[in-house]
Write a protein that binds this ligand. Structure first.
Ligand code: IMP
Ligand code: MG
Length: 182
């Protein structure tokens, strides 16, 4: 099947296959290998940024081989296909972070605005260290200068859906990632 025949339509836009399910899983294997090597014995708290990161978090978390916790927060700045500068509050955090190693799990870092705010808010909660893991990173869109400890893949500055990522609420259910056909 060529990629043309596997195009999908979400709302008013057409998307084509971009990153296969196998490639995603291989990437998460690599990330887990590194995290297992780095954070063993630290009893980290994995903090999942909902909604987009839920699939990535589930797949990564199954590969963690030491005692750890997971919790979920929500913070969204996205409307349609463009980042807005309006960033909402961090909600859902009911853990005590004082003295802990926290690993933020994010689906994608685009401009970095959302993550900059998330990390700013978390640092005030006196975590011992805050690490950042993102499945996808758009270097050409990135406007910030914080360090990303674990990056699955760099991708070009195209709008994508699937594997947890949505376009106006739809498209999260696909096990692979699609990119917009311009
Ligand atoms: P940022 O603040 O520009 O880094 O955007 C971060 C958030 O926007 C991510 O957590 C995603 O939820 C969403 N996002 C960024 N790029 C895409 C994309 O290509 N498709 C779907 N959602 C995206
Ligand atoms: Mg997200």
């Amino acid at each position: 099947m060529d990629s043309n025949t596997r195009q999908i339509t979400i709302h008013d836009k057409v998307f084509e296959p971009f990153i296969s399910s196998q490639k995603i899983q291989n990437t998460i294997d690599e990330m887990a290998l590194q995290i297992n090597a780095d954070l063993r014995g630290k009893n980290p708290l994995f903090l999942v940024v909902l909604n987009g990161a839920f699939m990535f978090a589930a797949d990564l978390f199954k590969r963690i081989e030491f005692p750890c916790d997971i919790s979920f927060v929500k913070l969204s700045s996205y409307v349609g296909t463009k980042t807005t500068s309006m960033v909402r509050e961090l909600i859902g955090l009911d853990e005590v972070l004082t003295g802990r190693t926290v690993v933020i799990l994010e689906d994608i870092i685009d401009t970095g605005i959302t993550m900059a705010v998330t990390m700013f808010k978390l640092k005030k909660l006196e975590a011992k260290e805050v690490k950042l893991a993102t499945l996808l990173f758009k270097p050409q869109a990135f406007e910030k200068d914080f360090k990303i400890d674990y990056v699955g893949m760099d991708i070009p500055n195209d709008f994508i859906v699937g594997y947890g990522l949505d376009y106006d609420g739809h498209g999260r259910n696909y096990p692979e990632i699609y990119k917009i056909v311009e």
